[in-house]
Ligand binder design. Structure first.
Ligand code: PLP
Length: 361
């Protein structure tokens, strides 16, 4: 049987490029605590992403938690989207805040700004939105609402690495944007993430909080350990120069899928003025039944699509309150991501598309 094809495959940089960094790290014995690889990576990421303040941390989940902390939020309600990876919600809950779910738009899968205002209460502390699959939220409408009510806006931009919208880096939106550099993401550092701030004061609070809240013997605030290691930073330094090539390669795969699957499945609508990163290939089936049939057909050929995102987060079993979100509940039942990764061969895309076209014939 052919090799197993998963929904994604992590990018590996050329071995000698990583080995050079590892040798240097072993030679100097500097493994962590704001080492030279980390400082270099932060600078290169700031330039690449065109953002004013960026810090590299251990993962994208703790990045969201640090964003809340840096904005002084330790309780209250956070307006958020039900259509995301579970970490968007778990970061809120772990910080002992309460998620308040606002439904999504059917075409972008992002939070629907028209529904945000009616969810605001005196307890609302922030809006936490997600650029799902790298598709931009309606950032202008959300900024207007945030400004009008004096509520900060955080973007979980885990999917948006390298996306540019209307000439502006998507990671520069909001008071704070966070990113994940997990091994399955478009750009990765094995495990890792970033906190990207607009203001220096917020940036400094996140920085202090990520390293135990103290400078020497002076303790300022409650902190945690979210410092990333030199080995993670080195992986980032190796991968970053390849990102353009990775995006270009994924774009070719996406265009082939598009041409083969036209009319067979629904695809998200990308807005005008988006330089996209091709981070995922989500397709919406006509019904959950069709999705499950296609999934089974592909699995019998050792090809694994992923229900992403499923379940819709407003239905997580450990929530105290149910906020109905009919659009997210419907999309979540019918959506899956098809395999997409650097170096995927056209043959596999043709095979997947054929199996999808013929599954019920
Ligand atoms: C991957 C991901 C996260 C979590 O990032 P980690 O680095 O794995 O902690 C958060 N939000 C979204 C939308 C993600 O896709």
């Amino acid at each position: 049987m052919a090799d197993r094809i998963n929904v994604t495959r992590s990018y590996s940089p050329p071995a000698e490029e990583y080995q050079q960094y590892v040798s240097k790290i072993l030679e100097t014995s500097v493994f962590t605590n704001n080492g030279p690889c980390l400082q270099k990576l932060e600078k290169e990421l700031k330039d690449y992403l065109n953002v004013p303040y960026l810090q590299f941390v251990t993962n994208g989940t703790v990045a969201i938690q640090l964003a809340l902390r840096a904005l002084g939020i330790t309780e209250g309600e956070i307006i958020t989207t039900p259509f995301s990876y579970v970490a968007t919600t778990s970061a809120i809950l772990w910080e002992r805040c309460t998620p308040v779910y606002v439904d999504i738009e059917p075409n972008s899968f992002c939070i629907n700004p028209e529904l945000i205002e009616s969810a605001i209460t005196p307890k609302t502390k922030a809006i936490l939105a997600v650029h799902v699959f790298g598709i931009p939220c309606n950032t202008e409408a959300i900024a207007d609402i945030g400004n009008k009510h004096g509520i900060p806006v955080i973007y979980d931009a885990a999917h948006a690495f390298g996306c540019v919208y209307k000439g502006k880096s998507l990671l520069s939106c909001g008071d704070v944007s966070t990113c994940s550099f997990h091994a399955t993401k478009l750009f990765h550092t094995i495990e890792g993430g970033a906190v990207i701030c607009r203001d220096e004061a917020v940036h400094k609070r996140a920085d202090l909080a990520k390293r135990f809240g103290h400078n020497g013997d002076d303790h300022y605030c409650l902190g945690i350990n979210a410092k990333a290691s030199e080995l993670q930073a080195a992986m980032g330094l190796c991968n970053l120069p390849h990102v353009k090539e990775i995006i270009a390669d994924r774009k070719k795969s996406v265009e082939l899928y598009d041409s083969l699957l036209q009319g067979k499945v629904q695809r998200p609508v990308l807005p005008e003025g988006l330089e996209y990163n091709y981070s995922y290939y989500p397709v919406v089936f006509k019904s959950e039944k069709e999705l499950l049939q296609v999934k089974e057909t592909l699995e019998s050929e050792n090809i694994f699509i992923r229900r992403y995102f499923y379940p819709t987060l407003n239905k997580l079993p450990y929530l105290n309150k149910y906020y109905p979100c009919p659009v997210s509940e419907d999309v979540s039942n019918r959506i899956a991501c098809l395999p997409l990764f650097f170096g995927m061969d056209n043959q596999t895309i043709v095979q997947i598309s054929n199996l999808m076209r013929n599954y019920n014939e």
